[in-house]
Design a protein around this ligand. Sequence first.
Ligand SMILES: Nc1nc2c(c(=O)[nH]1)N[C@H]1C(S)=C(S)[C@@H](COP(=O)(O)O)O[C@H]1N2
Ligand SMILES: [Mo]
Length: 188
Amino acid sequence: MKKVNLSSTQLFIAILALLFTAAPAMAKTKNDVSEIVSVTGLVEKPFTITPLSVKTMHAVERENSAIVCGSGETRKTLKTYKGVLLRDILDSAKVVMSNPHQRGEFAVLVRSTDNYNVLFSYNELYYGSAGDNTFLIFEENGKPIDKDGFFVVFCSNDKLTGPRHVKWVNNIEVIKVDAGIPAVNCKK
Ligand SMILES: Nc1nc2c(c(=O)[nH]1)N[C@H]1C(S)=C(S)[C@@H](COP(=O)(O)O)O[C@H]1N2
Ligand SMILES: [Mo]
């Protein structure tokens, strides 16, 4: 058999070519797409949201939102989008809060299949402006969401909407932080 002598440049090009052809396949297996969003954690009635069941929920249609990365770059613009308020989802699941004094310690962790997870505090959803603007969306520009999975969560009035824009959402979990015992006790 004839011996093939590759120069270092040829070898470098060969490795590059291999990387470029393998990269798309690797990207595809990076995260699974979930058809279902489970609502779990500190709730009385955990439930799941599917592309079919979401149609029975109270949906809102909004217009003109840009998804802007932390760098300031506009990643995409939505002419229209349809979704359910995250707060309405929490109301359906009924947050379990035995002591309302601790409401400031509750939060909602929106999780995705690639583990890009985003926190929304209970207070901002119920008493702040994010509450009226944070949606689990299932339609963009009149069509079901396609390349970002089935469900996306984002807050349309964040100054920069990219960082709290969650693609491939698969779980909405109500949590409470463990505030523990304060280091300095404030005496009444
Ligand atoms: N699941 C998931 N959602 C995500 C991300 C991600 O890596 N995974 N990237 C975020 C970032 S950094 C931005 S700017 C917006 C828009 O990113 P895109 O241009 O990749 O759609 O989605 C956000 N949502
Ligand atoms: Mo980003």
